[in-house]
Design a protein around this ligand. Structure first.
Ligand SMILES: [Zn+2]
Length: 527
């Protein structure tokens, strides 16, 4: 007796193998049988004639850490067919943090992650995982965040991690991985992460490697003098070489100014792979990124965390100088920012930063300062897509070609915060499977694309019995119409669900039923 049988679908099993027609029988959390189950006894049948049945998508890079705690239904993810998300990305998350540090750091990160309840226990990874386990719609895996490790050992300060603090940090990394973290992650555009040196990261990665985890990195572009080779790819490769750890590059793709130039971009990584470094990469199918505004404050203005930052931003004796510093801070091209989330300044949402500054009759630096003060630092932004549609199209082709490499997977980089969030939070996976696959036939088969979204990340991050439609595997499944699947989220109307994904199952439970969220919260903290 099955709980559910999916009848007559085309099985794209996640391994890359050619699709075949079969029924899928589910009992409890697992796939119990694949074959001809037309006569089998079952509580429920989903008729999937003409539909594709694939493993649920595994989002290798999502910033849902806060929003899953506020809105566990997580429609923006589950409606895309995502059934597992890798949290703790860019070294920006909540564990391991003491109660006071959690309150401080979650406030600093609110423009990126939203603002979850202040009283949650995040003191270690076991506690972190318990906050999500069977409490939200998707499965979650955790990359232990370098930012949290630094806050917990040194506070929010620009000081070297050495001596006893380093010993403590290494112990925390080790414990975190023992408690289920699958990777150690860092984001070297962000604080306190970018106050570190390459030497610190090598030490922490040695520990993570010894405990069996990967290094997941958003490459350094701040404090580049502290990074081997000026940060970026050379630093990540050096860290991999010296620590022995496997390296995973976050959101690695061509930027608008590099459109069509995949070869020089990827060459140093291929060279490192040839010399024995174990590397994988991930990307999302959009031309520009998104992040949170506190990152644009110059390094010195970051010290001390939210209270200290806001005190300086309000200080009549300093505020003008800080606004000038922001205007002159060349590491970030703030003129391209579009504001996505400004909860206390609703008239700013959707405006470009130059337009908002003009509206207020202020310089851009002063506008940034005022926005941060008025919103208690909780401000999100995204970039502006290229003016040339041809550039945009070329970037799409680059993304498809990169994804066709066997070392690539998909990471949405979703930031589901704010009324005008980056559309990747609602459209990433169906954009690849629908729009780009149809625009560029011949680069990858459907089976190959699904492999990059399922089995590839499951194997890389050690997610046991996930990522395949196979007997004995967890019944995390997406049922979609390969002809109709398409993203509907756009930059001007981002909170639109995709079309063509009628059913999504998480651990055998129907989470999306006929394109409607069911409210079932069957997601587990994995692996
Ligand atoms: Zn990210």
């Amino acid at each position: 007796m099955f709980d559910l049988v999916i009848l007559g679908g085309n099985i794209v099993d996640g391994t890359g193998k050619k699709a075949y027609r079969a029924d899928v029988g589910i009992a409890g959390e697992r796939i119990e049988a694949i074959g001809d189950l037309g006569q089998a006894e079952t509580h429920r049948v989903i008729v999937a004639h003409g539909l594709t049945v694939s493993p649920g998508f595994i989002d290798s890079h999502a910033h849902s850490d806060g929003m899953l705690l506020l809105d566990p239904q997580h429609a923006n993810g589950i409606r895309q067919g995502i059934t597992t998300e890798l949290l703790g990305q860019d070294g920006l998350s909540y564990a391991p943090l003491s109660p006071a540090n959690y309150r401080m750091y979650s406030r600093y990160l609110a423009g990126l992650l939203g603002l979850p309840p202040a009283d949650l226990d995040m003191h270690n990874v076991t506690a972190f995982r318990a906050n999500y386990h069977k409490k939200c719609a998707v499965n979650t895996a955790y990359c232990v965040a370098h930012g949290a490790i630094r806050v917990e050992t040194l506070g929010f300060r620009d000081v070297p991690l050495v001596g006893d603090a380093l010993k403590k940090a290494k112990r925390l990394v080790h414990e975190s991985i023992e408690q289920g973290a699958v990777a150690f992650s860092t984001g070297m555009s962000y604080y306190p992460n970018c106050w570190s040196t390459t030497a610190e990261l090598v030490e922490l990665c040695k520990e993570a490697h010894a405990a069996g985890a990967l290094y997941v990195t958003h490459l350094r572009d701040v404090n580049t003098d502290r990074g081997f080779g000026g940060g970026g790819v050379p630093e990540a490769i050096e860290i991999g070489r010296r620590s022995g750890i496997r390296v995973h590059f976050s959101h690695f793709r061509t930027l608008p100014e590099e459109a069509g130039q995949i070869a020089p971009k990827i060459a140093p990584i291929d060279k490192a792979k040839k010399s024995g470094l174990d590397c994988t990469l991930e990307l999302y199918p959009y031309p520009i990124g998104s992040s949170f505004l506190p990152m644009v404050l110059p390094p010195k203005e970051q010290e001390g965390g939210p209270d200290a930052i806001l005190k300086r931003l309000r200080d009549p004796a300093r505020k003008q100088a800080i606004a000038k510093l922001i205007d002159g801070y060349e590491a970030r091209s703030i003129a391209e920012f579009v504001l996505t989330h400004t909860p206390n300044t609703p008239d700013a949402e959707g405006l470009s930063l130059p337009d908002f500054a003009k509206k207020r009759g202020k310089s851009m630096g002063e506008a940034v300062r005022q926005l941060l003060v008025d919103n208690d630092l909780q401000v999100g932004f995204r970039g502006a897509p290229p003016a040339s549609v041809a550039t945009w199209r070329q970037l799409g082709r680059d993304q498809m070609e990169l994804l066709s490499r066997p070392d690539y997977m998909v990471g949405s980089d979703a930031i589901p915060v704010g009324n005008l969030c980056h559309p990747r939070a609602y459209g990433c996976f169906p954009r690849f499977l629908g729009r780009l696959r149809k625009q560029m036939p011949g680069i990858m088969s459907l089976e190959t694309m699904v492999q990059r979204m399922t089995d590839n990340p499951a194997r890389r991050f050690g997610l046991t019995k996930r990522g395949r439609v196979q007997k004995g595997y967890f019944a995390d499944l997406a049922v979609f119409d390969a002809d109709r699947i398409i993203d509907n989220a756009t930059f001007d109307d981002p909170k639109q669900f995709p079309t063509g994904i009628p059913y999504v199952l998480v651990n055998g439970q129907v989470a999306v039923d006929n394109e409607r969220c069911t409210g079932v919260l069957a997601g587990q903290a994995v692996p």
